[in-house]
Write a new protein. Structure first.
Length: 197
């Protein structure tokens, strides 16, 4: 599949580097900061990362972050998984995006970049995106008994449980969230202190 050029006007070069033309990318574009952004299908993610890491024109030897964006349950592709690569030699950053559906897994990048271990665990903990063949995919930021994934748009803002320290029991106590009625029935169309009749 030949990449589609989508260059944003920013005073940067409009020439797509040779390495990007070799990739099975759906979209290749240069952002206003001069960084390259590549969108690839999930089945070509591993090959894309290998080419960007090893090809002499880029040499993106460092994976600096992996994050995700939840587009909501009504979107055709719910999540955007974004890999941030850095080429120290060429002082360049490349973003690789993968569009995936809910409950779709992604191949792990831990064999290519050891730093992917913690980043993938964080993405799984916060968004619930599973990584195939990950050596230790478990929670990293939330408690082990935590239910759900807090960065998903369908997760309630108040959560399911409150955590507090009880001075008498000398331990941490988990309780169901109790929302007060007064806060639930606040009328934003009326000024403070007035009541509807």
């Amino acid at each position: 599949m030949k990449p589609v050029m989508n260059i944003k006007p920013s005073g940067t070069t409009s020439v797509v580097p040779t390495v990007f033309q070799m990739l099975p990318a759906q979209v290749v574009k240069q952002t206003c900061g001069g960084q390259w952004e590549i969108t690839v299908p999930v089945e070509h993610l591993s090959n894309t990362l290998v080419i960007l890491r090893d090809y002499s024109e880029r040499l993106c030897k460092s994976l600096t972050d992996i994050t995700a964006i939840d587009n909501g349950v009504h979107s055709a592709q719910r999540f955007e998984l974004v890999y941030f690569l850095l080429s120290v030699r060429y002082q360049e950053r490349v973003r690789v995006k993968v569009l995936i559906n809910d409950f779709e897994s992604v191949p792990t990048a831990t064999g290519l970049f050891p730093s992917a271990d913690w980043y993938e665990r964080e993405v799984w903990d916060m968004f619930g995106i599973a990584f195939d063949n990950h050596p230790d995919l478990r929670r990293i930021l939330t408690d082990y008994g935590f239910q759900g994934h807090p960065m998903r748009k369908d997760f309630p803002l108040s959560g399911f449980e409150e955590v507090r320290y009880d001075e008498e029991a000398k331990r941490v106590i988990y309780e169901d969230v109790q929302l007060r009625q007064g806060y639930r029935r606040f009328d934003f169309r009326r000024p403070w202190g007035t009541r509807s009749k």
